[in-house]
Design a protein around this ligand. Structure first.
Ligand SMILES: Cc1cc2nc3c(=O)[nH]c(=O)nc-3n(C[C@H](O)[C@H](O)[C@H](O)COP(=O)(O)OP(=O)(O)OC[C@H]3O[C@@H](n4cnc5c(N)ncnc54)[C@H](O)[C@@H]3O)c2cc1C
Length: 386
């Protein structure tokens, strides 16, 4: 592949850098209105929903521009481009692809303007990896669906205004993927109860959500009835090379090296320890392998070829690396590695201990390591089915 950037791409990178130089200064960051100003400015640049078509208010950014934008933002630890995370990640793309005109006009501008949060109601107490077995039920009565059931591990549910919900509208013993329907449901609908779940790193960003005879207008169905499976795996021309994540991993490695520089092991500077030096080199080599693998995906996407199972390789690789790098830091810190946030003796604001307790974020969310291994084994290596 060609590793050089075109003149247009270099010009775009410079544009992003200039923008960051101007808007991401230490003084700006201290301003009380920093986040509001940031969101307004990135929206004006059309960098919120950058991959979305211009007709719906997105940026129409091509694959390479998306990579450059993500890389530059990650390398400067910039705040997110819009705070409606799930709206930007998958609810918006699904609405653009499957929504009615009315749904697009109603929801897309609000997602781009970070007006409120969306949450995602897929997992259930007995349904996670095997999502197609979901049981939360919706029965049609006239112009409404009546929803009964429960969802769990619903990130952001305590703060979200809307939920993108998968329900079962019919059962087909031949195919459990059929009969699933996607609904867009207002979180303050009568009959919805949100019970927050506290996580081990502190805070309650998750919840279990209960639905008791909740009335959802048929107009809020996304796509055809029974077609919810297809709706959930919709994707626009989203850059999926993971090169933005690689930049963040390199940034984490720099913090790890900094930690080594200021730590001691067995009474001597940790940086002189052969084992520690070797481990840092191994992390670096593995991140570089992930970057080069990401370029493979990128090449495919630039050629207009669809990406599917292969992205599981970097997802699995990243989950393992993140966990191992964090564990390495905590071990290096010894006793103080156990201190969280504001606790006495916490190093780097307790961020290593917090990250160590947050491992499910990278490991489980979006598909567990075992599931990624199954995908790689069956769909890439052609091994017999699980
Ligand atoms: C940080 C975080 C955020 C999340 N946010 C959301 C959200 O917003 N909305 C939402 O709906 N859900 C969310 N989830 C839930 C997440 O999608 C599920 O936890 C995940 O799909 C796994 O399902 P499960 O927890 O039921 O585990 P299970 O599927 O029961 O898996 C349990 C164990 O069995 C293994 N296993 C399962 N099937 C197989 C198999 N076929 N072969 C080999 N091993 C297998 C798994 O790898 C795992 O180790 C979130 C989870 C996390 C950690």
């Amino acid at each position: 592949m060609d590793f050089e950037y075109t003149e247009e791409e270099q010009a775009f990178r410079q544009e992003v850098r200039d923008f960051l130089d101007e808007n991401l200064t230490a003084a700006n960051r201290r301003d009380a209105n920093f986040m509001a100003n940031w969101l307004k400015k990135v929206r004006e640049k059309r960098w919120v929903g950058f991959s979305w078509p211009k007709e719906v208010g997105g940026g129409g950014g091509n694959i390479m521009q998306q990579v450059i934008l993500k890389e530059e933002m990650a390398s400067r630890k910039a705040p997110p481009l819009g705070t409606c995370m799930m709206g930007l990640a998958w609810v918006g793309p699904a609405i653009i692809q499957y929504g009615t005109e009315e749904q697009k006009q109603r929801f897309i501008p609000d997602i781009l303007d970070s007006k409120y949060h969306w949450c995602t109601g897929y997992s259930e107490p007995n349904v996670g990896s095997d999502l197609a077995s979901l049981q939360c039920k919706a029965v049609r009565e006239g112009d409404f669906y009546i929803v009964n059931g429960t969802k769990i591990w619903t990130s952001l549910a305590p703060f979200a205004s809307w939920i993108s919900l998968l329900v079962r509208t019919s059962s087909n013993p031949e195919s459990k993927h059929e009969g699933i329907t996607a609904l867009l449901v207002k979180m303050d609908s009568p009959g919805i109860e949100v019970r927050p779940i506290e996580i081990m790193a502190g805070g309650a960003v998750f919840a279990q959500v209960f639905f008791d005879e909740v009335k959802v207008p048929v107009d809020n169905r996304l796509g055809e009835e029974g077609n919810g499976w297809k709706v959930t795996i919709s994707s626009l021309a989203n850059e999926r090379s993971s090169i933005g994540e690689v930049t963040a991993m390199y940034e984490k490695l720099e913090r790890l090296k900094e930690l080594v520089r200021k730590s001691r092991k067995n009474g001597k500077p940790a940086r002189d320890d052969v084992g520690i030096r070797r481990q840092i080199a191994v992390f670096e080599a593995r991140i570089e392998a992930m970057r080069l693998n990401g370029f493979r995906y990128l090449t495919k996407q630039i050629k207009g070829e669809p990406l599917s199972s292969e992205t599981s390789v970097n997802k699995l690789h990243r989950a393992n690396l993140e966990v191992e790098m964090t564990d390495f830091a905590v071990e290096l810190l010894g006793q103080s590695g156990l201190q969280l946030r504001d606790q006495e003796g916490a190093v780097d604001g307790g961020s290593w201990a917090t990250a160590a307790l947050s491992w499910p974020d990278v490991a489980i969310c979006g598909g567990t390591p075992n599931i990624q291994k199954n995908i790689i084994a069956e769909r890439i290596l052609g091994l017999p089915k699980d």
